[in-house]
Design a protein around this ligand. Structure first.
Ligand SMILES: [Zn+2]
Length: 405
């Protein structure tokens, strides 16, 4: 079985075979549940006795339960195993105008969801979000919560544990992660929204066998995640993937990052709204959702604005296609609701700049929950991947060690 390493580090050499096997078995149960011990042994190539030891441990730890649900007659051992869906994760998607917060179980079934306004003061947002989290935990007091996963419209530095780059948020430096952890008593994982979507693709999607793909999140800005050679690329300070801020025209419109003419000022939801207003209608306060509705109602100016956005998206994607040679480009965002309107223009632009062979497949993400699904994977990967576990141990060690000077 080929496993994908979700982190950008190698499996530590000191990692014991038992920990690795545990991750393999847990992942097999996750993907193939309900599954018998015999099948686990067959698919994993591990011995039956090893599988039995590991599954007993997973049952003791309440990660795995016997299934299907129901008591079997005395003396008979249930055969099938599945993940314990009483284990849950608090998920949040932080965006400039509003934050979505909810509860999902380990199988990524969403149990509740609500939205809170995002303030331009990070402390206010942290307090509001922490209050909603405590409220949700109270409603679902029968669940065991694993942690909180938050996707961000910017970059998160995993070394300093700080939200370091969010040009559309305009927040001053603030320990957002620490504030939520202190207020809720829960462990918090944060990740760039595009990276979270890439994790969702690998974790819940059909991208398991694809080693090179790119995720492009299109909303107020443009974020991208680079998954290369079967690994998420984070780069120095976690800043890899900021294609949205590559200037295409240094005399272009001002961008939230302080630069001019960045890709995102031509291809984001905000860009489409600007195109629409520039073409005549001066209706301020229009949302991207409204613009899609206008296009649907055959408003030619709205359709034109969206077409212009689609062309700009496709042209910008040539940077990634030419530089990274992905097999697939996955698009996340409100625009996927009217994918028919965008697909042709994007595909044409991508193909026009392609050098050799067949251009990559461009497709919308499945469903509109990619960011939230990604945060579920973000919290769970700590438990399901031996490489992730090794990485976690190492980063804990790093944080404990003193920095000279
Ligand atoms: Zn920019």
């Amino acid at each position: 079985m080929r496993r994908i390493d979700f982190t950008n580090t190698q499996v530590a050499s000191s990692q014991t075979a038992r920990d690795i096997n545990r991750g393999v078995v847990l992942n097999l149960i996750r993907r193939r549940q309900p599954i018998s011990r015999a099948d686990l042994a067959r698919v994993s190539g591990l011995q039956r006795s090893t599988v039995s030891l590991i599954t007993e441990q997973l049952i003791r730890e309440r990660w795995v339960v016997h299934g299907p649900i129901g008591r079997l007659p005395r003396g008979r051992r249930p055969t099938f195993l599945r993940l314990n869906d009483r284990r849950a994760i608090i998920v949040a998607d932080l965006r400039p105008a509003q934050t979505t917060v909810g509860v999902a179980d380990v199988n990524c079934n969403f149990l509740s969801q609500e939205t809170v306004p995002t303030s331009n003061d990070p402390e206010v947002t942290a307090n509001d979000l922490a209050e909603r989290i405590r409220h949700l935990m109270g409603i679902h007091s029968d669940l065991v919560f694993e942690g909180v996963g938050i996707s961000l419209p910017g970059r998160f530095n995993h070394d300093t544990q700080r939200f370091i780059f969010g040009p559309n948020m305009g927040w001053p430096d603030f320990d957002f992660k620490g504030a939520i952890e202190r207020a809720t008593g829960m462990r918090v994982e944060m990740e760039n929204a595009a990276n979270a979507c890439a994790l969702a693709e690998v974790w819940f999607g059909h991208t398991e066998k694809i080693r090179d793909f790119v995720v492009v999140t299109v909303s107020e800005g443009i974020g991208t995640a680079v998954f290369a050679n079967g690994q998420l690329v984070r780069g120095l300070n976690g800043m890899a993937g900021e294609f949205g801020h590559v200037p295409l025209d240094t005399a272009g419109p001002l961008c939230g990052c302080g630069g001019r003419g960045c890709w995102e000022v031509y291809a984001s939801n905000r860009a489409a709204l600007r195109y629409y207003h520039e073409s005549g209608p001066g209706n301020d306060g229009l949302s991207f959702h409204d613009l899609l509705a206008l296009a649907d109602a055959r408003d030619p100016l709205a359709q034109k604005a969206l077409e212009k956005m689609a062309r700009a998206l496709g042209r910008g994607m040539r940077m990634m296609v030419t530089g990274l040679a992905p097999e697939e480009i996955v698009i996340v965002g409100e625009l996927t609701r009217q994918w028919f309107r965008f697909a042709t223009a994007i595909e044409e632009e991508v193909a026009a700049g392609f050098l050799v062979g067949k251009p990559p497949r461009v497709r919308p993400s499945e469903g509109n929950m990619a960011r939230l699904r990604g945060t579920v994977a973000l919290v769970l990967q700590k438990h399901f991947g031996p490489a992730a576990e090794a990485n976690e141990k190492r980063s804990r060690g790093l944080r404990r060690s003193k920095v000279p000077g």
